[in-house]
Design a protein around this ligand. Sequence first.
Ligand code: ATP
Length: 617
Amino acid sequence: MKEHNFKDFVLLLEQLEKESGRIAMREILARFLKECSDLEIEAVVYLTLGKVAPDYKEIILGVSNALCLKVLARVAGYSERTIKARFNEVGDIGELAHQVLKPRDTPPVTINWVFEQIIKLSKDTKIEYKLDVMAATLVKLQPIEAKYYFRILLEQLRVGVQEPTVLEALTLAKLGSLDELDQVRRAYHLCGDVGYVAKVLYSKGLSAIKEFKVSCGLPIVPMLAKPLKSSEELFEKTEGQLVVEYKYDGLRVQAHICDSDHIELFSRNLGRYTEQFPDLVEYLRESVQVFPCILEGEIIAYDFETDEILPFQLLVRRRGRKYDIEEMSKEIPVALMVFDILLYQSKELIDLPFEERRAILLKALKPHPHVKIINSEKVTNVEQIEIIFQKAIQDGTEGLIGKHIKSRYVPGKRGIGWFKLKRDYQSHLADTIDCVVIGAYHGTGRRAGSYGSLLCAIKSADGVYRTVCKLGSGITDEMVDTLPQMLEPLKLNKPPKNVNVSSEMEPDIWFEPKIVLEVEAAEITLSPIHTAAFGKIHPNVGLALRFPRLKRFRDDKSPEDITTEDELIELYRQQPQQKVVRSADIQALMFSGRKRTVRKKERKVADEKQKTLDSFF
Ligand code: ATP
């Protein structure tokens, strides 16, 4: 099979960019992947996702806007000043490159060649080196190719394709149908690397995909818990065969102890924590003496003198830190509360029932003050759950995780055997909502010059971000000062791809959906102005969060992990005492359906509509 030119790939990206339906994108991508060889599939997959490798490989290109403008000026033959001025007008380096570069009379380059040139950028941190590599690449690219080259370098590809779509497209392309999709997904869940899965599928076929195993050093996509509203429900869902454990409020970590010199810590989102928690690496080295071994647990900040859990806000000061790590580990000591074991002495444990994994876990760890096994209590009735739940709250945890004692560890799945009971006394909701920020409104008063509120969205099954609240509450004065700087790189001059926002809610500024926030709310209500679950509960209305309040930033989650539309609908239905809303009332409040430009007055009207609808409840 002939290798594809980068130009063919760019045409694919252009096609994907114009398409918004997830299924249509999958078909377009599958048609292209079908023509790819096993030698180029890895590069194609990563580049389609706008990456060069999975996040945990930490391949840092170290390319900034300033560097791109410099190289563009050099290759296009303009002064840096002129290029900067043009950039201020155009606002997008890819688009600018397309405009200022001239068509070239050079032979076409392949996808693999461009991919290698991009990877080369990670080999040296010196600016001059990067400038030379980028210039040497750019002189071989046509203007349209340069547009996407820059977007990839700056992680601004935004064609809207994510891992689940790539996995489906790969399966369709290589196996002709989606019948074996679960096998391909499973392989991805066991290594967190879609490029690697693609390479194995293409070079060795389905039989090799079926043989994927847990392996030390490759993160497993974590199993998740489903929120429930009551102890009765927990008892029922687990058929009365359960243990309950405290739900510690910390950072989830997967510890891979490959041998005493090779220990890796992975985050919930398959990033790396290893360098951020060297103290924990040391504690694990002391307490685990049989290799290889994979443990899962929650890192918490802990005061060993008073024997108390410290607030999550302190713990997050250690996350993402590049400097002063040693001092910080003394200032904010941590403990790992281990709740599962997935590999032990090379034996894969994920398919064993929970109770057997637990027995192995108890044997695997040497007692250590900083590495503790979570208490797991077997219960036989609802009252027992209630008592332990009250104690969990008193002890300062978030609530309980209930686990079916026969449940397997199912990577990447929510609600197969694991359930969570959290209590927020003021809320009718079983869980907080994870949203992504897609826009913001200018602030006034104390917030003048910054953002007054943020437009937040959840995600529907077709990959569209749908709004669920305008969030102002819970944003502290300190955040008000830092928000503009934090959101600056994500600013867009038009709505991002794949968002559905009513005209009444159009924000003053749009952002690429990247920042994930955990939001608490009093309840979920019907909404005439938000588009989440639009038309799914009642015709012409969506769902919105009532009294939303920022709980925290979730930089351990990506937009892939936010609350889905189906989960939101389920939380809505779990609420007690749903009143029957008359259709006529809703009709009176529904969208006009016309596309209008946004005006301040409209927003006011929209807020009024929401208040009226809330008053029905
Ligand atoms: P949340 O936002 O509520 O922390 P999440 O979306 O990160 O949840 P869930 O699957 O909904 O993940 O809840 C399970 C999370 O609870 C785990 O990811 C883990 O970080 C944490 N946790 C705390 N204690 C336990 C425990 N004993 N067993 C399993 N998970 C636990």
